[in-house]
Every structure is written in structure tokens, then in C-alpha cells.
Design a protein around this ligand. Structure first.
Ligand code: UTP
Length: 310
């Protein structure tokens, strides 16, 4: 469906507000073993907050009212993190630790605004999203991959919702990567421009062979999708790695529906990788002047060291 057809569709009343977001957290986090043997990858901390808290904050800043966590075994602590910690809060109250109490309250979602469902086996990202079908129902929704955190002035998802409010359809966040890195990512092929930062997507390729990528724009782990994706996921055969891939169903949906990319303003950190996790800690740590004061001399000293371990 081309851009003007989508606009007509939208004007005909098909567009609905994005109220719900799915956060798939059922992966095994094997790249962080042994840290992730008993602690979910999403609960590792960037400075003083677990990774998942940054992603929930991004979703709430975009106006999301309900978050669906797709969890797995050993992930109960995520549910506890977003609940009231009654004994702790009572003790803080008794000790007049008002600032700490306010911090906990600020980060706690409203009662009834979260749901938890289990992906019983890690059969792939597409399968994890499909597990949220009944809770999402028949409305467009957002997906945020929680190992990707994005540092930006305006929430990345909010930037996507702003485009969605104009175009409807399906929206994918993208960012530029060096040409020699495209083979590590899902990459989009673009058609006509919608505005300076947005274009219609005509194709997507998962991990293209070096030199064959249709662009240098990687899919960053933020999506707004129409609910028809669930029908496609229901019948989706296993793809790359023997897993049910979200990209395969999105490609089928693209036959009938409009997809647009947003080149968002901000920097992403892939906290599923050790490099991304460490750089995120430095980048977010530098935002705190007291930490920056200690970090800068330390980093200067580190810069003097040879790269290879001695
Ligand atoms: P990844 O493959 O990057 O994460 O999936 P992983 O499997 O947790 O980590 P590694 O590769 O073993 O270190 C991207 C996102 O999709 C979720 C993961 O939790 C992660 O947030 N996911 C992946 C699921 O929820 N279920 C799956 O079956 C696969």
C-alpha cells in the first residue's frame, strides 16, 4: 500500500492511538553468562537503574499506558522490580528517607498498567511477540527490545508515535551504521521520503552478506505494528537460526500495509553486547556531574594503556 493510500485508510478511521507496548524479556542472555545465570540480563544495571527501567521510562514518555512483559523462567525479579517493595518502603518511611521513597514511586507504574505473560520456550522474537496477542487485542501497539537503550532528548518511541499520528501504518526506528557493519543487523531498503527523517520502507533484509546491503540503516529494536501481525505470526514458519522471526512476518505484512522508517534523534546502546553495556554505563554516568568528575581522570589514565592486555 503506498503512502497516499495509507493516508486515506487513516482518514477513514482506521488509525488508533498507541496505548500498549510489548517488551520481550524471555531470551537467555547467553552473551552475559555467568552473570545471567540467576539474574536476568534486563536487570543488569546501567549506573543505578536496571536496563529494563530505561526502556519502560522511554515507553511511558511516549504516552504508553500499558506494558506487556513477555517473560520466561527465572525472570520473576522483573515483576518484583515494578511492584511495590512494601517492607523496604515502610523502612524508608520510618527513617524519613523521603528522596529515596520518591525515587521508587516515580519509577513504579500505576497499578493495573502492566501485564506479564510467559513464553514457555525461547522459540524466537516473533514467537515472544505472538505470546502477547490476547493482551494486546485488536489495536496497533509498540514493541521495544529491552536490551537496546536509547539516549535522546525526546523519547525514541515518542518520535515514532509523532510520525504514526501523521501516517498510521507500521513504523520502524532505524539508525545509520558504518557500511562494513551492515552484515550484523537487520537493514531496511527505502522508497519515497515522507519528511527529512522518515521514508517509506520497501524491503528489509536480515544480516545481508557483506557488500549486498540495500542501505546502511539498521533496525534499532523499536517498532509500531498493526495487530494483523499476530495472524501472520500464528502461521510463521521458523526462519534464521531455527527461530520464529518477527522480520519474516513483517515482510509478509508489508505486502498489504504501509511501513515507514524513522531516523530518530539520539544514540542507541546495545546492552545485549558487552561493549554496548560498558559504553552505556560510561555515557549515562557522564550525565551525573559528580560521577563525571571521578570518571574523566580515570578514563584519561586508561587511555594511556595499550589496548592488548599485558
Ligand atoms: P537476543 O537474541 O538479542 O537476546 O534477543 P538473548 O537471547 O536474550 O541474548 P543472547 O543472544 O543469548 O545473549 C533480542 C530480544 O528478544 C528477546 C530477548 O529477551 C531480547 O530482549 N527474546 C528473544 C525473547 O523474548 N524470546 C526469544 O525467544 C528470543
Amino acid at each position: 500500500m503506498n503512502h497516499s493510500a495509507v493516508l486515506q485508510h487513516w482518514k477513514a478511521g482506521m488509525k488508533k492511538t498507541i496505548r500498549k507496548a510489548v517488551l520481550p524479556v524471555a531470551g537467555l542472555g547467553t552473551r552475559f553468562l555467568p552473570a545471567t545465570k540467576a539474574v536476568p540480563k534486563e536487570m543488569l544495571t546501567i549506573v543505578d537503574r536496571p536496563i529494563i527501567q530505561y526502556v519502560v521510562d522511554e515507553a511511558r514518555a511516549a504516552g504508553i499506558e500499558h506494558i506487556v512483559f513477555v517473560t520466561g523462567r527465572n525472570k520473576q525479579v522483573i515483576e518484583d522490580h515494578f511492584d511495590m517493595a512494601y517492607e523496604l518502603e515502610d523502612t524508608l518511611k520510618a527513617r524519613n528517607k523521603t528522596a529515596a521513597l520518591e525515587l521508587l514511586e516515580e519509577h513504579r507504574p500505576q497499578p493495573g498498567s502492566t501485564s506479564f505473560t510467559r513464553q514457555q520456550a525461547p522459540l524466537g522474537l516473533g514467537h515472544a511477540i505472538w505470546c502477547a496477542r490476547d493482551i494486546i487485542g485488536d489495536e496497533p501497539f509498540a514493541i521495544l527490545l529491552p536490551d537496546m537503550i536509547i539516549k535522546s532528548k525526546v523519547s525514541c518511541l515518542k518520535q515514532m508515535v509523532d510520525l504514526y499520528d501523521q501516517t498510521g501504518g507500521n513504523i520502524i526506528a532505524v539508525e545509520e551504521v558504518p557500511d562494513d557493519q551492515t552484515h550484523n543487523y537487520g537493514v531496511v531498503e527505502l522508497a519515497e521520503k515522507i519528511n527529512d527523517n522518515a521514508s517509506r520502507i520497501s524491503n528489509m533484509v536480515e544480516k545481508p552478506a557483506p557488500g549486498t546491503a540495500p542501505s546502511n540503516l539498521m533496525i534499532t529494536g523499536r517498532y509500531i505494528l498493526q495487530p494483523q501481525i499476530f495472524d501472520l505470526l500464528s502461521h510463521q514458519a521458523s526462519g534464521a537460526g531455527g527461530e520464529i522471526q518477527l522480520t519474516d512476518s513483517m515482510l509478509s505484512l508489508m505486502q498489504d500495509q504501509h511501513f515507514a522508517s524513522v531516523k530518530f534523534e539520539g544514540t542507541s546502546y546495545d546492552c545485549g553486547s558487552k561493549t554496548g553495556f560498558l559504553t552505556a554505563n560510561i555515557a549515562f554516568g557522564m550525565d551525573d556531574p559528580a560521577l563525571a568528575e571521578d570518571l574523566v581522570p580515570f578514563m584519561r589514565e586508561m587511555m594511556q594503556r595499550p589496548i592488548a592486555a599485558e
